[in-house]
Design a protein around this ligand. Structure first.
Ligand code: ATP
Ligand code: MG
Length: 423
């Protein structure tokens, strides 16, 4: 009998509970089914798995007949997701992958046994099956041994496995950094040999892995591995001219920056990326974020934040109006945490521009940043100012004076207009 009131904390996640009932239904219908992959690894490590995946002899069509809500995410590869109570569990049919020609995905997949299914998986620590009914780990690949030895090791022949799917090279680094594991020497040598081909992987997947490493528990280790294995110069060539975590770069050390990331509570991807790209020219930052296919809004904030940091570092004199305008931009909210990171990386005290910004961020609330215009364009025209470029200039000048605290009501605004824009 499968219970869901286990005393084991790793079994208390919502996903685990749903997966138990899905597994039971599959088995009652006569299918073979096991928990597989990351959730088995995490359970053995004593970590609550976020997602529980099931490997089963059932095809997506058969799964669809057993559950009311089934999403066919990769039916061609035998993968679907069962949804209940807002949670999803992935059910993948046992399969072998055939003829991976493009370094990304198989040309076709074939039906397989549970044993064959784990042999197509990436690393031994990700290749274990678990039977919750008997509490038995079924380990055809030596995953338990490698987990105990803290080793990321490719299943089968490493060269073949990385030739099949280049993404696995980045996954190896991510898992090694996440769990503080070594990479097995043969696996490591194969990654170094295939590193130049990592661009066979789609830009989006490279981006996702990169962000997972940057936002993971040990970005210093992740980036050090990426650099040592020759992956970093291929995925971020802009960075490696003396900026790698193993080199002391001109502004004082990407390594310290990455270490500072790890200490941040909330690691906004825009802050992480802007920090990493801080020394690049704006055009180069633009190229990187475009290549990584980041959402447009994220790209824009990263580029703007890097530019703004440059200005804050270079320019000592900032009027309150400049600071307020900066702080009300979407990227403005990133600048205070970003400046802390960069000062830490550079081991330098904050320059005057940065101090002024931090002070402004503390002192001004939303109303101070957006006080609302004292005169609208319509009202200015009623006063006799003609429509045209001058009107825009007047509106901006009024706002600057208002943000600088020189005027704060309509009387003051009228005096300002008479003095600076006489009719
Ligand atoms: P995470 O906790 O990061 O989700 P995970 O091991 O669950 O780690 P997933 O990407 O969710 O990783 O994949 C689930 C399982 O599918 C893996 O554990 C592994 O067995 C298999 N797998 C995923 N990606 C690959 C790949 N590129 N090549 C071979 N097997 C893979
Ligand atoms: Mg997973």
């Amino acid at each position: 009998m499968i219970t869901d009131s286990s005393p084991d904390p790793t079994e208390r996640g919502a996903s685990w509970r749903l997966a138990l009932s899905v597994l039971e239904t599959l088995r009652e219908a006569g299918h073979e089914a096991y928990f597989v992959g990351g959730c088995v690894r995490d359970r053995l490590l004593g970590i609550v798995a976020e997602d529980v995946d099931i490997a089963s002899s059932a095809s997506p069509a058969e799964v669809s007949r057993l559950f009311s809500k089934v999403i066919l995410v990769g039916a061609r590869f035998g993968v679907c997701r069962v949804r209940a109570r807002g949670i999803e569990v992935e059910v993948a049919a046992f399969r072998t992958d055939r003829g991976i020609a493009d370094g990304r995905r198989p040309l076709s997949v074939g039906p397989a046994t549970a044993r064959e299914d784990v042999l197509r998986r990436d690393f031994t620590i990700n290749g274990m099956l678990y039977d919750p009914a008997t509490d038995e780990v079924i380990d055809y690949v030596g995953g338990r041994r490698d987990l105990a030895a803290k080793v990321v090791r490719a299943i089968g022949f490493p060269h073949e496995r990385f030739r099949e799917d280049r993404l696995r090279m980045l996954r190896a680094v991510r898992f090694a950094a996440r769990f503080d594991f070594a990479i097995d020497p043969a696996t490591e040598a194969a990654i170094a040999a295939h590193a130049a081909h990592v661009l066979d992987v789609s830009d989006e997947r490279i981006r996702d892995e990169l962000l997972l490493i940057l936002q993971g528990p040990d970005p210093v280790r992740g980036f050090t591995l990426l650099e040592e294995l020759g992956l970093l110069p291929v995925i971020l060539p802009e960075l490696t001219s003396g900026c790698g975590p193993n080199a002391e770069d001109s502004s004082g050390g990407t390594k310290r920056l990455l270490a500072a990331f790890a200490a941040m509570r909330e690691r906004d991807e825009r802050i992480v990326l802007a920090g990493l790209l801080r020394d690049l020219a704006p055009a180069a930052v633009g190229e990187v974020v475009t290549r990584l296919k980041l959402p447009r809004r994220v790209s824009r904030d990263v580029v703007n934040a890097v530019q703004a940091m440059g200005r804050l570092w270079d320019r000592p004199d900032w009027a309150p109006s400049d600071l307020k305008r900066l702080l009300r931009e979407p990227h403005g909210k990133l600048l205070v945490p970003l400046s802390h990171l960069l000062c830490e990386a550079e081991r330098s005290p904050p320059p005057p521009g940065v101090l002024a910004l931090r002070d402004a961020a503390e002192r001004f609330d939303e109303r101070d940043l957006n006080p609302g215009a004292l005169f609208s364009g319509r009202e200015l025209m009623d006063l006799g100012y003609p429509r045209g470029p001058l009107l825009g200039e007047i509106i901006a000048a009024l706002e600057t004076a208002q943000l600088d605290g020189l005027i704060n009501d309509r009387e003051g605004a009228l005096r300002f207009l008479r003095a600076h824009f006489p009719l």
